[in-house]
Design a protein around this ligand. Structure first.
Ligand code: ATP
Ligand code: MG
Length: 651
């Protein structure tokens, strides 16, 4: 594999633009430059003192004895402390004016809406916590949630947290096999699901898939079903129950359990862009602290904001930045059930206008789709309520960043490009919108208390502007504690590659201003005639051509160069031909240089993506090499894309 050599990764991306925080934004920001400097120094001089002070922002039933015990492999944050995540997200707001504030503003795909005030949400959560108890769920038991993006999903999460039953959320697009594997791994006792969910006007079956999965998993004893679409479902007596029937008789009284800071809050299986899913385990105190503080710092959340993170709760972004982070801060969080192009490509902007969304957080894959759909869609709506934009999930191509800045942010809104992972629980490297000048394509600087570095395979720090491996040198509160049931794999995957560090699996460089530029997964790095190149930088060069909507670059075996460069290119419009191929090859050469000259350009209607929307280069490598696709494709969004690409490359 190309990642095997000890050489640094050459960075070829040239990006010189910089955008200081707008003065009026900086003047009202939660974190000012002075405040930031203080926090940063405090965190550097005394990390434990710093995190201990920050932890005062949570509600504790009992204060901790020590801030941190142990290291990466056996960290215990806030040992001796007792708290409850659901209490922090709900009960503590009820003594204030927020009792009547909207906690969740929900929009269904068909256009139905619901608003749950903090008081309402608290009541529903208490009731469902009592339902779970009545079905035999005890503290420590795992509960699987396989649900559409409806308020009941957030209610179920917080009910699990309330009684200390770790939830395991499975994205609603996964297959019966994927559910069974995850249920077996977690030994889940109960599943909460719905009859079906809405997606692009169609019903996506959920209960039927759960039924199928249960033929292969034996730990699950009960199933609770929300009626969402009215689809026909089979209800098995003494196993399956309707949510609304159980809730009818449930009491609204349910004290939040006083739980250890290290009590498991949830398991989340990573999306699996790189193979067999891993059950990432997060615990209560550290995770809640990380999500609470980063929401406040990075999104500059204010009490009168309407905040919208467009992720699905099935991914970590939804866990941390739709539910736990915003609710712990007493914010109004918007939740949308459906697709961005239903009933048309203007849906997101229609929602922004309708609710006066102030803060909008989405993914590069969505931004590339918006670009492809054209400026007319956002142009139809009033977006002046927006004051801050965010992105997460992949490196953002500088030209996509610029489009987001101009067309959605109207050159008024700072953009926070947030680097983090399922494993990190919370944002790690990101601009602070009132402090950091942004550079398109860079996630900028570490947050206070986060200590990254760029190193070689033998763990030596690399100088500025040399690409290498992104690591963390110090534990942080919201880090994963283990992989469920496989501590050895946890140590092996993250802690054994670079001694004394957490290895993120990503390549990156740091520039002369201390800014981080993430270059994608180390596994995706190309080795072309001895030059190690990041696919992301080549893709960004392609995307900077006005005709290109999206690009995925992979290596394939090449007699002379070791690896050749194969580019899959999706155009904004039209088919593409030999002439455009030449033009794109020239474009990349002039943007980057001769070493990066593409060997092959292949036009494709779309590229394979994971269900969370990330380009799946692993599969494209096989196609470029003319091999049959091997390995796990269960996390692939649309298998048809692969078949089509193979036809196109054979034909
Ligand atoms: P798996 O680990 O199962 O293969 P995954 O890594 O795609 O799946 P996530 O934890 O959701 O699952 O994604 C984290 C990864 O996404 C990071 O390691 C990085 O590669 C990429 N990423 C996230 N945010 C950014 C960002 N702002 N800039 C660059 N890359 C990012
Ligand atoms: Mg990952």
């Amino acid at each position: 594999m190309s990642a095997g050599s000890g050489q640094a990764i050459e960075s070829v991306l040239k990006e010189g633009r910089s955008f200081p925080p707008p003065a009026d934004f900086a003047a009202q920001a939660n974190v000012t430059p002075t405040h930031y400097d203080e926090m940063w120094r405090r965190a550097k001089d005394d990390p434990e003192g710093f995190w201990g002070e920050q932890a005062e922002n949570l509600h504790w039933f009992k204060k901790w004895d020590t801030v941190l015990q142990g290291g990466f492999a056996d960290a215990r944050w806030f040992a001796g402390g007792k708290l409850n995540a659901s209490y922090n997200c709900l009960d503590r707001h009820l003594d204030s004016w927020r009792k009547n504030k909207a906690a969740i503003v929900w929009e269904g795909e068909p256009g139905d809406t619901r608003v749950l005030r903090y008081q309402d949400l608290h009541r529903e959560v208490c009731k469902f916590a009592n339902v779970l108890k009545s079905l035999g769920v005890k503290t420590g038991d795992r509960v699987t949630l396989y649900m559409p993006m409806i308020p009941e999903l957030a209610i179920a999460m917080l009910a699990c947290a309330r009684i200390g039953a770790p939830h395991s959320i499975i994205f609603g697009g996964f297959s019966a096999d994927a559910i069974a594997d995850r249920n077996n791994d977690a030994q889940s006792k109960l599943v909460v699901t719905a009859d079906a969910g809405w997606r692009r006007g169609k019903q996506i079956e959920l209960k039927g898939k759960v039924d199928e999965s249960l033929q292969r998993s034996t730990s699950v004893q009960k199933v609770v079903v929300v009626r969402r679409t009215g689809a026909d479902v089979d209800m098995k007596p003494d196993r399956d129950y309707w949510w609304h029937e159980l809730m009818e008789g449930a009491s609204t009284d349910c004290d939040a359990e006083s739980l250890d800071a290290e009590h498991p809050l949830y398991i989340l299986y990573t999306s699996g862009s790189t193979g067999k899913p891993k059950g990432v385990l997060h615990t209560t105190g550290g995770y809640l602290l990380g999500t609470t503080m980063t929401t406040r710092w990075v999104f500059d959340l204010k009490d009168n904001d309407t905040y919208w993170c467009t992720a699905d709760i099935g991914w970590v972004t939804g866990h941390s930045y739709i539910v736990y982070g915003p609710l712990s801060n007493g914010a109004t969080t918007l939740m949308y059930e459906g697709a961005p192009n239903w009933p048309d490509e203007g849906r997101f902007w229609q929602i922004v206008e309708k609710y006066g969304v102030n803060i909008f957080y989405t993914a590069p894959t969505a931004i590339r789709a918006f670009i492809k759909w054209g400026d007319a869609w956002p142009g139809k709506y009033d977006l002046t309520s927006l004051r801050l934009l965010g992105t997460v999930g992949e490196p953002i191509n500088p030209e996509a960043w610029m489009w987001y800045h101009r067309t959605i942010g109207q050159e008024r809104c700072p953009i926070v490009d947030t680097w983090w992972q399922t494993e990190t629980g919370a944002i790690m490297i990101s601009p602070l919108p009132g402090v950091t000048a942004t550079k398109p394509g860079s996630c900028t600087k570490p947050l206070p208390g986060v200590v990254p570095d760029i190193v070689t395979e033998s763990g030596e720090s690399l100088p500025d502007n040399q690409g290498g491996l992104l690591v963390m040198r110090q534990p942080w509160p919201s880090m994963l504690r283990t992989l469920w049931g496989d501590h050895e794999r946890f140590v092996e995957t993250y802690l054994s590659k670079i001694e004394g560090c957490y290895f993120a699996g990503d390549g990156a460089r740091r520039d002369e201003d201390g800014y981080y530029w993430v270059m994608g997964r180390v596994d995706d790095v190309l080795n072309v005639a001895g030059h190690r190149l990041s696919t992301m930088e080549l893709e960004s060069a392609l995307v900077s051509h006005p005709g290109v909507a999206e690009a995925a670059v992979v290596g394939y075996p090449h007699d002379l160069k070791g690896e050749g460069i194969c580019c899959f290119v999706t155009l904004k419009t039209g088919e593409g031909g030999e002439e455009l191929k030449k033009e794109l090859i020239d474009h990349v050469r002039t943007q980057i240089g001769a070493i990066a000259t593409p060997d092959q350009i292949r036009f494709a209607a779309s590229v394979p993506k994971t269900r969370s929307g990330k380009i799946m280069r692993r599969l494209l490598r096989d196609i470029a090499a003319g091999k049959e696709t091997i390995g796990d494709t269960t996390t692939l969004e649309d298998y048809g894309v692969l078949a089509k690409l193979r036809e196109e490359s054979e034909g």
